[in-house]
Ligand binder design. Structure first.
Ligand code: HEM
Length: 405
């Protein structure tokens, strides 16, 4: 196995057409020897890009989130979001909300969803032959998988997807071109979820929504509707769009460099490691974490960040830090590196990481088994993309294949 992996010419992530996005910030004058940037909100921010620095700042209790989610706050987003969302909370309030769903989103908690991921993927693959050569694997298969699994997890009627998915898509693109329309769509998703939580719209028994509502008194003080919606909106949107985005880009990367796909076909046991490597290199959109504010002076190996300054812990750059990852731009599907930071780090580390890993790994396992001779049907550089801040991915994946049973 090792020989097969190392005889291939190395593929650099920068060789994959369109994969890396242009940064959403502008360079600014350094201060105190620390790099700085200008965020889309106009704020100057200290820019930490080294692996160790990003890890350290993301676990520093003085680098806080809540002041960034204010009308005049340092942000990549054109709007603020509800204060109850996990990412907008700092210690100690954050822990009260996060612990409510910690078990459901642990690796053991999501494991039972694997069979459903397999079933939906297999089912959707049945549609490929009738679609014929050039079929869109994104629209026919990928686009259905996380959304369907997420409905099951939450206890939502599958028919509701037609209503909320276009809204959550807009929400993750988060374009500043029409902010009133962005806000309208955001509050429509929020209103939809509020109706599910309050019972104004029906939910299915056994789903996360009913379980969280039933268990709300176990929190101290009990969770109110807004807090439940603040937790669940991350599941409704992240459990669908975020997984779909990275799954699509991971598969696109493997197919854009066919030697990578062939490596997995020849070595399917490598898929979990390969997924970590692809995750290391592939962010959701054009940003990799949300800005923090220094609540007091923060002295560290980077220098001194004065109180009141904005900070961008750049996990995208840290994941390509040569001090942490040898030949960081090389896609090594068998890489045994340190833990990547694509899911963040510290108390805000991604709540859905285990679910994302499970779904991306499982879908790739099914595809490798069912479609070993899978190819893009058009040159990778010609594929259309959707560009957004938290969602950036190919809009279609036209493919050629030979199905095996
Ligand atoms: C591969 C897909 C995903 C990636 C790359 C990703 C990335 C991230 C990152 C980098 C953070 C931390 C941001 C920061 O510290 O500023 C985060 C937080 C979060 N993610 Fe994800 N995410 C993904 C999938 C998901 C899924 C599937 C869900 C829900 C089921 C989800 C829900 C959340 C929530 C709620 C937070 C905030 C956690 C907190 O503040 O405690 N994400 N994600």
């Amino acid at each position: 196995m090792t020989i097969a992996l190392h005889t291939r010419p190395p593929v650099l992530v920068t060789q994959i057409p369109q994969l890396d996005a242009a940064p959403q910030y502008r360079p600014a004058e350094p201060s105190g020897g620390i790099a700085r940037i200008v965020l889309p909100s106009g704020h100057l921010a200290y820019h930490l890009t080294r692996y160790e620095h990003v890890q350290q700042i993301l676990t520093d209790a003085r680098a806080i989130r809540s002041p960034c989610n204010a009308e005049d706050g340092a942000s990549f987003l054109p709007t603020i979001t509800p204060a109850e969302m996990l990412l907008n909370n700092d210690a100690p309030f954050h822990g009260r909300l996060r612990k409510v769903i910690a078990k459901d989103f642990s690796p053991a908690g999501v494991a039972e969803l694997r069979e459903r991921v397999v079933a939906v993927t297999q089912q959707r693959l049945e549609l490929l032959p009738q679609a014929g050569e050039g079929a869109d694997l994104f629209g026919l298969v990928l686009d259905e998988v996380p959304a369907t699994v997420d409905c099951h997890l939450l206890g939502i009627d599958l028919a509701d997807r037609a209503y909320y998915r276009p809204l959550s898509h807009t929400m993750q693109i988060a374009s500043d071109e029409d902010v009133p329309e962005l806000l309208r769509q955001f509050w429509a998703v929020y209103g939809y979820l509020t109706d599910l939580v309050t019972g104004a719209r029906p939910t299915l028994p056994g789903g996360l929504i009913q379980r969280l509502v039933a268990g709300r008194e176990e929190s101290e003080p009990p969770l109110n509707d807004k807090e439940l919606v603040g937790i669940l909106i991350g599941v409704l949107v992240g459990g669908d769009q975020n997984i779909l985005t990275v799954l699509t880009k991971a598969l696109y990367t493997l197919l854009a460099a066919p030697g990578l796909w062939q490596t997995l076909v020849d070595n399917p046991a490598l898929i979990p490691t390969a997924v970590e490597e692809l995750l290391r290199l592939i962010p959701l959109g054009t940003i990799s974490t949300f800005p923090r504010l220094a609540s007091e002076d923060i002295d560290g190996p980077w220098g001194l960040i004065p109180a009141g300054s904005a900070i961008y812990a750049d996990a995208f750059a840290a994941n390509r830090d040569p001090d942490a990852f040898a030949d960081p731009l090389v896609i090594r599907l068998d890489r045994q590196g340190p833990r990547h930071l694509q899911f963040g780090y510290g108390m805000h580390n991604c709540m859905g990481a285990a679910l994302a890993r499970l779904e991306i790994t499982t879908v790739l396992q099914v595809l490798v088994e069912r479609l070993p001779r899978l190819h893009l049907a058009v040159p990778a550089a010609e594929l259309p993309w959707v560009h957004g801040i938290i969602l950036r991915r190919p809009a279609r994946l036209p493919v050629r294949w030979t199905v095996t049973h």
